[in-house]
Every structure is written in C-alpha cells, then in structure tokens.
Write a new protein. Sequence first.
Length: 314
Amino acid sequence: MFKVGIIGLNFGGSVHIPAYQKSEKFKITGIFDNGSGKAKLLKKKYSLNCKIYKNVEKMISSTENNLIDICSPTFTHSKYLKKVYEAKKDVICEKPMGLNFSQINGLAEKFDKKKLLNIVNYEFRFEFLMNELKKILKRNKDINKIDINWLINSKKKDGWKATKKKGGGIANELLCHTIDYLIFLLDIKDLFSMLCLKKKILKNSCHLTFKLKQTLINIKIIRNLRIKKSEHSIGIDCKKEHATLSYFHPFSSKDKNLVIFKDGLKKEVKNLDERNISDDRILSFYNLIESVNKNSNHTNFKKAELIRRFLDNL
C-alpha cells in the first residue's frame, strides 16, 4: 500500500484527498500545514486518520509514509522534489514540474536510478473520452488538422497563478496540459519535431500554430473576464473522419461529450460514469492513481522535463 504525505492543501484538499479516499491502494498518513489551519479543517471534513505536520521536512522524512504528493504552488516544486529524492520516497507532483528546465534538469535520471515512482499529474491522459479520441486518431493515418480552443471566464485574481515568475500564467497552467495530451494523442516520440509556425504568448492568452509532419495544430487559450462561458474543445479533421471533444462546464464529468462524423453519420459518445464521481478533476486523478503499477501511460519525470524544456524554448 502507498502511504501518502500531502504537501499543499488547496488543490490537494479539493481534489487529491477525495480521490485517494476512493482508492484501496492509497492511505493518507500525513498532511502538511504551513500555518493556515486548513489541515485541521480538512481532517475533520474528510474524517482523516492522519498526522498534521507543521514542519514539511519532518513529514517528508517520516517513516509513516512512502509516497509524497506535492500539490503546492509551482515555485515550490523543485525544492520539495529534491528533499523527497534525498528521503528516497516515491512521488506524485502537480504540473508543471518546475519553473524552468534548468531548475529540474537531472531529477528524472536520479529518481529512475533509485527506481522511485515519479509521476507528474497530467490527468487528461486518464479521461475516458480522451482515450476514445486517441482511438480515432490511431485508426486515421491522414490527420489534416487539430484545433484546440480553451476559453476560461476568470472572475477573480488567482494569486500566484497570475504571476509567471511563480509558475503561473497561461503557458505554465494550461498550455503544458495541451502539450502533454498532444504527446499522448499523437504518440509523439520527438516533441521538438513539432515545428512552430506562429506564436503569440501573453500573460492571459496564447495563440500557437505547429506543424507535425502533414498535420497542422492550432492552439488558442484565452482567460479573461469578457468570456461569457468557459469551454474547452479539441477538434480533429482527418481525411475520412471528423471529431470534436467538448468540455462545456469545467470540472464536471457529466457535461462533456465526443461527437464523431464518419461516412455521413453522426455519433455522440458520452462520458462513462465511473465510481459516481461528478468532479472531473477528482475522477481523472483517481484514474491516474488507480493505474499506478498497471501501465506506463503516466507522464513521468523524463517526459515532464521534456515538456518543461519545450515550453522554455517557445
């Protein structure tokens, strides 16, 4: 069994803790509180039987756990990852892995040499409809175009998430996800074989066009107050088949679908209701942790380092 110590209680509290509680393979043994008092509230809310740590180093080195889950702000990731490596613990880390490539360069090799589990939470790989979309792409050799549109209504300031120097901004928060699921969908072996034809990356938006062999990939991500309705869609245009995966309301597993057009016929595929989990973030993370030791589909540190280097070079 994986005994988990959690660093970061905002996303960790709303997503990771409820996902772990649904798994028989994981047990939460510790949570770190930096003085906010949130650990006590979460312990009561989820009826956790775990220790609250006031010192993060003590939790990382504790014999009560064998896996550390890092879901603290991005600017803390590399610091904690190095401490976890020194403690010789398995680790799951939120994306992106670090602020830049130089900050994390070599960590993947170190964890692999010690045969330690190392996963970055790029959860789209574990969505049912994303895997259905992958099946379509695998059976179509002639992929003309992929259009990714991610529009987010932002009603409040996001603290560190709005500061690029702390690991925030569109590229760090959202573009990294699209790069990862493109690797997954298209089985990209060499990420740098994607030729960038156009790019415009700002604090709250990015417009990019890549070419991968004969396939054009257009990415548009915008976050601002003027967007009336948040949505995220991935459209594929193949010679004999077209499909669009749409997310209408973020984080709801019920409000998304995959529409396929083939031979003049329309087919609509709905998301499977797994374990009756309505929040898509919890469902995806649950699917990720349940697949540990079952397959190599995760984004390990080696892949995450590559994504970080690719983003740094844009």
